[in-house]
Design a protein around this ligand. Structure first.
Ligand SMILES: NC(=O)c1ccc[n+]([C@@H]2O[C@H](COP(=O)([O-])OP(=O)(O)OC[C@H]3O[C@@H](n4cnc5c(N)ncnc54)[C@H](O)[C@@H]3O)[C@@H](O)[C@H]2O)c1
Length: 338
């Protein structure tokens, strides 16, 4: 029996998830959609030939008795209300990042989920499903390079539009590193600082780009993440861990090594949708399987809270110029990894 899914927000990632639910994954069917732009919802139904209802009201989609699970892929500021409404209905909900706009909002979701008594929320931190990050994590756990001392990371996008602001470098872009690095190290952050190199001439007037975010963890690892969203040349994600007796780096995406015209070269991806395409497939299949079987097992509302708490400190650090503390409370037993 297919899991009957309702999708709120049929923009870029909403349509991408609908495509994979319809064409790639198994065990689920999109039976309802909603978008604040009703035409977009209708167009999505026809593009993907869905046998689905276009709800005018997102809350009507959530309470629709045929909808068994909800996908929240609308704009970030709308996520908290939709996730809380799904929890109130006892319906599992997959929410794209950010889980909520602030750590306080994420904590409201954490509290509501715990009151519901079972895991209902999975956050779209797909890098936890990426084969490369999993290989890197297994290497660290294997102990071959000893304890992690330093991490050097980069998150580079070719370019961004005029609407992209300096804080978005944290809440939209760095948020993926904030999640995956704490998962990679099985550690939490205790402080954040942001420093600015010389600004790129490709950045629009209101945007500080690039930025370097410096993080410290409870076990004393130091992390630098370069966020450079107008790097021009590609969508490039880098992560190297320096341990006590060696280094370990995130594998590059598979690409043909070309020797031609007196050059040796490899293609670099430019589209974020391609870079983690397998991870998106695996995360959503895991959500479907979790709802239908053993329970949810993916990135939790607590992960969403942890990333948001660190993001709040980074945004503060962007303007204060100081080292900002991150006071992460202990993880509730409810969120102990299975
Ligand atoms: N995990 C990832 O790698 C990843 C990638 C892209 C986007 N995202 C996240 O997914 C979310 C959507 O991003 P996007 O790139 O698809 O944006 P988008 O602008 O392309 O799409 C958002 C859609 O939400 C709709 N919407 C806005 N407010 C709504 C409301 N109140 N009710 C119903 N629909 C509403 C918009 O009309 C639009 O169609 C963002 O939070 C973004 O950060 C995550």
């Amino acid at each position: 029996m297919n899991l009957q899914i309702g999708v709120i927000g049929t923009g870029a990632i909403g349509q991408d998830h609908i495509r994979r639910l319809t064409q790639t994954l198994s065990g689920a069917k999109v039976i309802a959609v909603n978008d604040i732009n009703p035409q977009r919802a209708h167009d999505t139904i026809s593009t993907y030939q869905l046998d689905a209802t276009a709800h005018e009201d997102p809350h009507a989609l959530i309470t629709d008795p045929r909808v068994q699970a909800v996908l929240v892929t609308s704009w970030g500021p709308t996520h908290e209300a939709f996730v809380l409404a799904a929890i109130a209905q006892g319906k599992p909900v997959f929410c794209e990042k950010p889980l909520a706009e602030t750590a306080a909002g994420c904590m409201r979701i954490v509290n509501a989920e715990q009151s519901a008594g079972r895991r209902l929320v999975q956050v779209g931190f797909m890098r936890q499903y990426d084969k490369g990050y999993n290989a890197l994590r297994n290497t660290l756990r294997g102990g071959e390079i000893g304890d992690a001392l330093m991490l050097h990371c980069a998150h580079r996008n070719p370019s961004v539009g005029e609407a992209y602001t300096t804080p978005m470098a944290i809440v939209d872009t760095l948020i993926h590193e904030l999640d995956v690095l704490r998962w990679l190290l099985d550690d939490d952050y205790i402080s954040a600082q942001v420093v600015y190199p010389r600004k790129s001439r490709h950045a629009h007037s209101g945007l500080a780009d690039p930025q370097i975010v410096l993080l410290e963890t409870t076990r004393g690892a130091r992390i630098d993440v370069e966020v450079f969203v107008n790097c021009q040349y590609g969508y490039d994600i880098q992560c190297t861990v320096v341990g006590e007796s060696g280094t370990a780096s995130l594998p590059e995406p598979a690409s043909v090594l070309l020797r031609s015209n007196a050059r040796s070269s490899k293609h670099i991806l430019t589209d974020w949708k391609e870079r983690f395409i397998d991870a998106y497939d695996i995360e959503l299949q895991d959500f479907i399987n979790g709802v239908q079987g053993r329970g949810l097992n993916g990135p939790t509302a607590w992960d969403g809270y942890a990333a948001a708490l660190a993001a709040d400190a980074c945004v503060l650090a962007q303007t204060s110029g100081k080292v900002e503390p991150i006071a992460m409370p202990p993880r509730p037993a409810f969120y102990t990894p299975r």
